[in-house]
Design a protein around this ligand. Structure first.
Ligand code: ADP
Length: 397
């Protein structure tokens, strides 16, 4: 069964066409700078290694990007299919929709639920709503499936997700911890348990958005992400956990709601602390001795350590620590800082392995009580599996 996965960013689109259930990738594409006159396009036929790359192309909207990709997908030389209708479903890594969770068909009600939650996931929901509407215009005959990022966290027990606020707010508005990064942690939970019986895993997805997930018996038991994407660890430009009274205090000081949102949701996080919006630049500045960059890394590492410690205590065990995401996979500095701070738990990192790891593998020393593994994120595969299972169960119903 051919399943197309699309990862939507606010100015980018990524595609992967899978043959399921073999998990074989037929082709992939990446379109960047949508909405500009200098767009970047990359397409690769993974069967015959033929590529199509373009720079500085006008990309007015998502439709322009989708059309570029479809042309190559069905092209005689570059393509892997003859007609788009050979694709049985398109799966999306959707974020959150009011009243819906799990893996669902993206019908009118689900799309309305996504619009209703625009405020708590402004960047992500707006991008998905815009892109899915354009997908429907061009590829409306193919079923479109949303695999919600909150889905993996439905197993979090109420005691770990209820906020100490008036209970009616939970009942009336559904205010409780949602957890996000579900596609990434679904993949981690499966992959990390392939080579052993690991009951207690703590996963660190560290990237543009970052979160920690406590995985007990393969299921989400807690997440550093709360109700909105504005919570948990410091993100690249979103604040993460913050005393809610800071916003009210600033309002009293005369700042407008828009200014407060701008500071917390666009100019906060690692960027707010350091002045840089790419972790590589923050590391380089810290190595050169810039105090704010050093401080931003210290705060980030310390927050990761605090969550890991509390999730260890909450689960009552700790067998494996996993790093994934752009920072988790690449920053030896962060991995080393976190592991060293956790030595009191019997965690020991092998610095040689940590410095030399290329893609996936273990970086703990042989006598470490807790194994430390780096796993390259593969959210697309998680979505492809969920989409395939959904279509299959519908066929067999
Ligand atoms: P997103 O959450 O947007 O999908 P990624 O998981 O791709 O983001 O992570 C992006 C982050 O990873 C960027 O801040 C980038 O600087 C960081 N990163 C990528 N490569 C490295 C590296 N070699 N060292 C440190 N940080 C890195």
């Amino acid at each position: 069964m051919l399943v197309l996965i699309s990862n939507v960013g606010s100015t980018s689109l990524k595609f992967k066409l899978y043959d399921m259930p073999s998990e074989h990738v037929l082709c992939d594409a990446k379109i960047e700078r949508i909405g500009s006159l200098n767009g970047i396009y990359h397409y690769k036929n993974d069967e015959n290694d033929k590529e199509h790359n373009e720079h500085d192309i006008p990309l007015k909207d998502y439709q322009s990007g989708i059309n570029l990709f479809i042309k190559d997908l069905c092209d005689k030389e570059l393509g892997v299919i003859q007609d788009v209708n050979e694709i049985e479903a398109i799966g999306f890594k959707t974020v959150i929709s009011k009243g819906f969770n799990g893996t669902v068909e993206l019908n009118e009600e689900v799309m309305k639920g996504m619009k209703d939650y625009l405020f708590i996931a402004p960047v992500h929901n707006a991008a998905y709503i815009g892109a899915i509407e354009e997908f429907k215009t061009i590829l409306g005959s193919i079923p479109m499936i949303g695999v919600f990022e909150t889905s993996f966290h439905r197993t979090i027990p109420l005691k770990n997700k209820l906020y100490p606020i008036p209970y009616e707010w939970y009942e009336k508005y559904g205010i409780a911890k949602n957890g996000y990064h579900g596609a990434s942690f679904t993949y981690i939970a499966n992959k990390a348990r392939k080579d052993g019986d690991y009951k207690y895993i703590i996963g660190c997805h560290l990237g543009g958005s970052s979160s920690i997930c406590a995985i007990k018996d393969g299921k989400s038991y807690d997440s550093s992400f709360g109700f909105s994407l504005q919570t948990g660890l410091p993100h690249m430009n979103r604040s993460g956990d913050c005393d809610p009274y800071i916003a009210l205090f600033l309002e009293n000081e005369g700042l407008s709601k828009e200014e407060i949102i701008e500071g917390l949701a666009h100019k906060g996080g690692l960027q707010g602390m350091s002045g840089y919006n790419d972790f590589r630049e923050i590391e380089a500045a810290a190595i050169k001795g810039e105090q704010r960059a050093k401080l931003a890394i210290d705060v980030f590492v310390n927050d990761i350590v605090r969550y890991i410690g509390s999730f260890y205590a909450e689960m009552g065990g700790f067998d494996k620590l996993v790093f994934t995401g752009g920072i988790g996979e690449n920053s030896k500095l962060v991995r080393s800082g976190v592991a060293k701070a956790l030595e009191c738990f019997g965690i020991k990192i092998d610095e040689n392995k940590n410095n030399n790891i290329s893609v996936d593998g273990y970086i703990s020393s042989d006598d470490s009580k807790v194994k430390i593994q780096v796993i390259a994120a593969n959210e697309e595969l998680g979505i492809a599996i969920e989409t395939y299972n959904y279509i299959n169960s519908k066929k067999n119903a």
